[in-house]
Design a protein around this ligand. Structure first.
Ligand SMILES: [Zn+2]
Length: 494
C-alpha cells in the first residue's frame, strides 16, 4: 500500500472538494485523509504541496502518427523560403517526407527542383492534404498543376509506401508515450489501426509496448479495418487493463484548410461548399455495417452542413442501447443544430487548441462566418458531453494548452479573444481532460479521485483552478502516475 501525502487532491467531483493525502493499493484508490489513520504503508511519497488531478486523458489523437511525426522533419511555423532551405539540406537522395506543412504556396515545381527521381512528400498540418513532386504524381498516375493532393488521393499517395517494420512502429509508440507522460497524460483514444500495418500487426504492437509502458489506450477502429476485427474474434472494448477497442472511425467531410469541410456557405471566392468523403449511400452502408456488429461510430465532421447531414443519418440508424456514438471536431454549426443534438446518445471530442491555431485565418476561407464557432458553453448548456483532445500530431498533446484555449479562447495569431460567451469555467475545462474524456471507455472507475477508482493521476506544480493565464504555457507537470506507478517525475536540480 502506498501513501501519497502533502498534496492537494482535487477529486473533480466538485470544484472545491480536496484532500491532503491519498492511499493506493493494487492500482486502485483506497481512501483519503481520516480514512487512512490506522493504516500502515509500504511506501510514502511526499508531494510537497503540489496539486493532483485524475489522470489527463486525450479523447482523440493518433499515437503512432504522433510518434512518427516526432521522428520526421517538421516544417511547423516555417516560411516558404525556410522550408525550401530545410528540404534542400535534408535531401539525401532518398525519399523525403516532411510533416506539419502549413500551406504557403509551395508547388510541385519547387519540389521537382529538389528531385525529379525520388518521391518528395510534404504532409499538410491538417493531415488531409499532401504536396508532392512529379515522381509521386506519376506513381499515382494522376495529374495536378499544384502537386496538392487531398483526402482519398492523399491517402493513396501515402499507401504507396512500403509497410513499416514492427520495430519502427514500436519506436513510434514508445516515443509518443514518453512525450505524453511528460505532459501528464495517462490515457488516450487513438485512431491508428488503418494507417500503418493493418489491424492485426498494429494491435500487436500496442499489446507489446503497453506491457512495459502502461497507458490507458482506447483504439478506434477505422471502417476499413472492420473485416479484420470481425475475423480476429476479439471482444469489443477490453483487451487488457490498458487496451480497449472502441467505436468505428468514419469520415463525413474534410477540413477547412483543405477546403473540404462541408459548409452551408461556399468558400471565399468560389462556389465550392467542400465535399462528402463518401457518397451518402456508401456512408449509410458503412454505418449499417457498424450497427450490424452492434458498434458505435466515431465520425470526423467539421463543416456546419456536414454536421446537420450526419445528425439526420445517425438519427435514422442509432446505436444500440447503452453505447454512445462520438462526433469528432464539430467546430462550426447553426444555432438550430444545438436543438437537433439534444438528447442524442453521443459525446463530442472537441479540440480547443484548434480555436487558438485556426482563428482568425479560418474565417478568411469562409464567404460567411458560421452562426456558431467552437460553441463549447452552448453545447454544454444543451446537455451534450464534451471530451477534450488534441488530435495530435495536428496539435501538441499537452492538455494544459487545450484547457487554456477552452477557458480563454485566445487566438495564438492575433491574441484576440473569440466569442468569450462560449468560454468554459476552469473546472469544466479541466473536466474535459480528466472526467468526460473517460466516458467512452464505459468504465465506472475512471475520471475522478475517489475510493475504488483507478490510481491514475497527474501532478502539477500550481493549481489549475487559480493559476495565472501565462502559467498554462509553462511546464507544470511534476509527476504522472498510471496504475499507481510513477511513469514520469520531474528532475529537480538540487
Ligand atoms: Zn484525428
Amino acid at each position: 500500500m502506498k501513501l501519497w501525502k502533502n498534496g492537494v487532491f482535487h477529486t473533480m467531483d466538485h470544484p472545491t472538494a480536496t484532500y491532503h493525502s491519498m492511499a493506493t493499493s493494487a492500482g486502485k484508490i483506497i481512501g483519503f485523509d481520516e480514512e487512512l489513520l490506522n493504516m500502515t504503508f509500504d511506501e510514502e511519497i511526499d508531494l510537497k504541496g503540489f496539486h493532483v488531478y485524475p489522470g489527463f486523458v486525450d479523447a482523440h489523437l493518433h499515437l503512432l502518427g504522433y510518434g512518427q511525426m516526432l521522428s520526421r522533419i517538421s516544417l511547423k511555423g516555417k516560411t516558404k523560403k525556410e522550408i525550401l532551405k530545410t528540404l534542400e539540406i535534408q535531401f539525401k537522395g532518398t525519399l523525403l517526407y516532411a510533416e506539419q506543412y502549413t500551406e504557403c504556396g509551395i508547388t510541385k515545381n519547387d519540389l521537382n527542383a529538389i528531385s525529379t527521381s525520388v518521391p518528395i512528400y510534404l504532409r499538410h498540418n491538417d493531415y488531409h492534404s499532401l504536396t508532392v513532386n512529379d515522381v509521386v504524381l506519376s506513381m499515382l498516375d494522376v495529374s495536378s498543376e499544384s502537386g496538392i493532393l487531398t483526402e482519398e488521393l492523399a491517402q493513396q499517395a501515402i499507401d504507396l509506401f512500403p509497410k513499416f517494420s514492427s520495430s519502427e512502429l514500436i519506436m513510434f509508440l514508445k516515443n509518443a508515450l514518453s512525450h505524453l507522460y511528460q505532459y501528464g497524460v495517462t490515457g488516450g483514444h487513438s485512431d491508428d489501426l488503418y494507417y500503418f500495418n493493418g489491424f492485426n500487426d498494429t494491435v500487436k504492437v500496442f499489446e507489446m509496448v503497453l506491457k512495459s509502458m502502461p497507458f490507458r489506450t482506447h483504439l478506434l477502429m477505422h471502417h476499413r479495418t472492420l473485416h479484420d476485427y470481425e475475423d480476429s474474434h476479439k471482444p469489443w472494448l477490453d483487451q487488457s487493463n490498458y487496451l480497449q477497442l472502441g467505436a468505428v472511425k468514419l469520415f463525413y467531410d474534410g477540413t477547412i484548410s483543405s477546403m473540404t469541410a462541408l459548409m452551408y456557405h461556399p468558400y471565399q471566392g468560389t462556389s465550392d461548399h467542400g465535399l462528402r468523403v463518401e457518397s451518402p449511400e456508401h456512408f449509410i452502408s458503412l454505418i449499417r455495417y457498424a450497427r450490424s456488429l452492434e458498434l458505435p461510430v466515431a465520425v470526423h465532421v467539421i463543416g456546419d452542413l456536414g454536421l446537420d447531414e450526419l445528425i439526420t443519418i445517425i438519427k435514422a440508424y442509432p446505436p444500440k442501447e447503452g453505447v454512445k456514438d462520438r462526433l469528432i471536431h464539430t467546430p462550426y454549426m447553426r444555432k438550430e443544430t444545438l436543438n437537433l443534438l439534444k438528447g442524442m446518445p453521443l459525446s463530442i471530442d472537441i479540440q480547443p487548441q484548434f480555436l487558438s491555431s485556426d482563428l482568425p485565418w479560418a474565417f478568411s476561407r469562409f464567404s460567411k462566418i458560421p452562426e456558431l464557432c467552437f460553441p463549447w458553453q452552448s453545447l454544454m448548456d444543451a446537455g451534450i458531453v464534451l471530451s477534450g483532445s488534441s488530435d495530435a500530431p495536428v496539435e501538441i498533446p499537452n492538455p494544459l494548452l487545450g484547457m487554456h484555449a477552452a477557458i480563454f479562447r485566445r487566438s495564438s495569431h492575433d491574441e484576440k479573444v473569440y466569442f468569450p460567451e462560449e468560454s468554459l469555467k476552469r473546472f469544466d475545462a479541466v473536466k474535459l481532460y480528466t472526467t468526460t474524456s473517460q466516458i467512452q471507455s464505459l468504465k465506472h472507475d475512471r475520471g475522478l479521485l475517489k475510493q475504488g477508482y483507478i490510481a491514475d493521476f497527474s501532478v502539477t506544480r500550481l493549481d489549475l483552478f487559480s493559476m495565472d493565464e501565462s502559467a498554462f504555457f509553462e511546464d507544470q507537470i511534476e509527476m504522472t502516475v498510471i496504475d499507481e506507478q510513477i511513469v514520469y517525475r520531474r528532475l529537480h536540480k538540487s
